[in-house]
Design a binder for this molecule. Structure first.
Ligand code: PGA
Length: 233
């Protein structure tokens, strides 16, 4: 199975000039690397049309095809721009009110448009403390994947580990990934995300059974991100 390393730039950087510079630095740094690694770059929408030469992903899409939905973007629009992946259900969007039901509708549209969804799931600190981690993960997966038979990528991202520097331990990650595997098709790629850096990335791939990584903060630093991709070799 090919490893999948995904850069989630979130709402960064501030200008197209910086976006192009970061993108070309990454492109240069990973050229000639093992062809068994897929690297997907997920910049903000407005940069998608400007960046060429690596696989592109979006950070979200809407669950309707077209019409009066001010400020939204459809899966088909992304596909028509050459985008191949879309991150759905990120905890930063769930925090703004996105529900499992809406995420499921987005997955349906993404698959119909020919995009590969990267579905994010993960427990909050309080879920973990109350011993409800597995219950939360199971419910998110079952509800978000309801009726979906196409191949999707799952990103296990404990909410408390995102952007905090408090990355999830390898054993704990392995336990969650093994648990998630029970609810997805064989061959599904399961990524880990949450404070991944070049000095911890390799252990998730080698010891925790992750098939790849979803990288936020560290993907904004070309050197760090290239180091993370190299750790998948
Ligand atoms: P982080 O973000 O690497 O900055 O923790 C990961 C994510 O939000 O996908």
């Amino acid at each position: 199975m090919k490893s999948l390393i995904v850069a989630n730039w979130k709402m960064n950087p501030e200008s197209a000039k910086e976006a192009k510079a970061l993108f070309s630095a990454v492109k240069k740094g990973i050229a000639g690397l093992n062809k068994k690694i897929d690297v997907v770059m997920c910049p903000p929408y407005e940069y998608l049309g400007l960046l060429k030469g690596l696989i592109l992903g979006a950070q979200n899409c809407f669950y309707e095809e077209k019409g009066a939905y001010t400020g939204e973007i459809s899966a088909l629009m992304l596909k028509n721009m050459g985008v191949e992946y879309v991150i759905l259900g990120h905890s930063e969007r769930r925090r703004m009110g996105e529900t499992d039901e809406q995420i499921n509708k987005k997955l349906v549209k993404a698959v119909q448009a020919g995009l590969t969804p990267i579905l994010c799931v993960g427990e909050k600190k309080e879920d973990k403390d109350r011993g409800k981690k597995q219950e939360v993960l199971e419910a998110q997966i079952k509800q978000c994947l309801g009726g979906i038979t196409a191949d999707v990528v799952i990103a296990y991202e404990p909410v408390w580990a995102i952007g905090t520097g408090d990355n999830c331990g390898v054993d704990e990650t392995k336990e969650s990934i093994d648990f998630i595997r029970k609810f997805v098709k064989t061959g599904t790629r399961i990524l880990y995300g949450g404070s991944v850096k070049s000095d911890n990335s390799g252990s998730y791939l080698k010891e925790a059974g992750a098939n790849g990584l979803l990288v936020g903060g560290a993907s904004l630093n070309a050197k760090e991100f290239i180091g993370i991709v190299k750790s998948a070799e």
